[in-house]
Write a protein that binds this ligand. Structure first.
Ligand code: SF4
Length: 389
């Protein structure tokens, strides 16, 4: 769930642990949210409701009424039902791993202020029993694959859960789970209580620095990374610094032509600069539309295309004028993605997987750290994907 009130939120921990002054700097900027955050909040509400139904903490009538209300949201889609159903199945599977029925709590507020000043957060699901604590986080986003290993958000939830429950339940082992169904990402990571304690005490001084707004600004090396969700990302001078650095040849007296190494470096920096420029453009446009000045720039109406004010009425007029209706309409199938959205992932796979092919993609540049296999004109993309004979 979004955590909007803690200065040092668990969900922002990767950022403020990496760039300690960021949390205080961000307070100058409003949290505007985003389309995907609104969608994620709705999916979380559906998931929470289903979990409460599974746990029997909500009456069937209340469940039906609440579900109906959520389904009226404009962001609602059928696939949300499929993904939240699979979230509940995952929780059931996790519960089945316990020798005796575990205690399960949805939407548990967790206080980890013993490690992070004023730190608290809300975990989607906490499960506990038989010496084992499980923390499950439902991630509805699909832009970034979230890993469980050493994930500071999850480890801070674990600290909060230990604070809350260790007095009643012995805890030896802690498992943190990321459930990110839209990209088939289920990732788990297990630590001991001792490990968690050492980790938490290790980050304590960093959290104290972050709370005071002290330390050095530290943009993520690719100019994006943990800067991506920072509210200061557009105006932050430290993030801008990577683009201001003059480009220097490493070969002493610069030859007339760029070397391959230099081109590699320029391309790496260009990717980060493109993302940064996009953030600056978005910020500048919203400033200009708000009536504020950005020297040298103004907001104008973009290119627009003509359209019928009432397509049905216009086409009826044409038919009434004698045009054959058949020439006015074309019958087109909806896209594969739209079909998948309509059916839901599971049903789509069951019914249509034999009809789905994936032709090799057009060659494209990627960083050498990219997981895809490198191709050349000699090894075709099809071979790299393993689909050729
Ligand atoms: S944009 Fe990046 S470098 Fe700047 S404050 Fe935010 S996290 Fe730190």
């Amino acid at each position: 769930m979004p955590e909007q009130h803690a200065l040092l939120s668990a969900s922002g921990a990767h950022r403020w642990l990496s760039c300690t002054p960021s949390a205080r700097l961000e307070t100058q900027f409003p949290d505007k949210g985003s389309e995907s955050a609104t969608e994620g909040t709705l999916a979380h509400s559906i998931a929470e409701l289903k979990l409460r139904k599974y746990l029997g903490t909500i009456s069937p009538q209340k469940y039906r009424a609440e579900s109906k209300k959520l389904a009226e949201n404009e962001k609602y889609s059928h696939e949300m039902e499929t993904y939240t159903d699979s979230y509940i199945e995952f929780i059931k599977d996790k519960a089945a791993e316990y020798a005796t029925k575990p205690f399960i709590v949805p939407e548990q507020k967790l206080d980890f202020s013993n490690i992070v000043p004023e730190g608290f957060g809300t975990s989607d699901c906490v499960m506990i029993g038989c010496g084992k604590l499980v923390i499950i986080d439902f991630k509805y986003g699909q832009g970034v694959k979230v890993e469980a290993k050493m994930n500071p958000q999850m480890l801070l939830y674990a600290v909060g859960a230990v604070n809350e429950f260790a007095i009643c339940y012995p805890i030896n082992v802690i498992e943190v789970c990321i459930f990110q169904p839209r990209i088939d990402n289920i990732d788990t990571y297990t630590v001991t209580w001792e490990f968690l304690d050492v980790w938490a005490n290790g980050i304590k001084p960093i959290a104290e620095k972050a709370y005071k707004g002290e330390g050095e600004f530290n943009p993520s090396p690719d100019g994006n990374g943990w800067c991506r969700f920072c509210r200061a990302k557009s105006l932050c001078r430290a993030r801008a610094a990577f683009s201001e650095k003059p480009y220097k040849s490493t070969n002493g007296a610069a030859p007339e032509l760029l070397s391959r190494e230099e081109i590699g470096e320029i391309l790496k920096r260009a990717d980060a600069i493109k993302k940064w420029i996009a953030d600056l453009e978005e910020w500048s446009l919203s400033e200009l539309l708000a009536g504020n000045e950005v020297p040298g720039w103004k907001a104008v109406e973009g290119r627009s295309v003509r359209q019928f004010s009432d397509t049905d009425a216009a086409f009826k007029h044409l038919v009434d004028s004698g045009y054959d209706e058949a020439v006015l309409y074309e019958r087109k199938p909806i896209t594969l993605t739209a079909v998948e959205k309509l059916l839901g992932k599971k049903d789509f796979e069951a019914q249509l997987s034999e009809f789905v092919i994936k032709p090799p993609g057009k060659p494209t540049l990627a960083l050498e750290t990219d997981k895809r296999t490198a191709i050349t004109n000699k090894t075709t993309a099809a071979e790299a994907f393993g689909s050729a004979e």
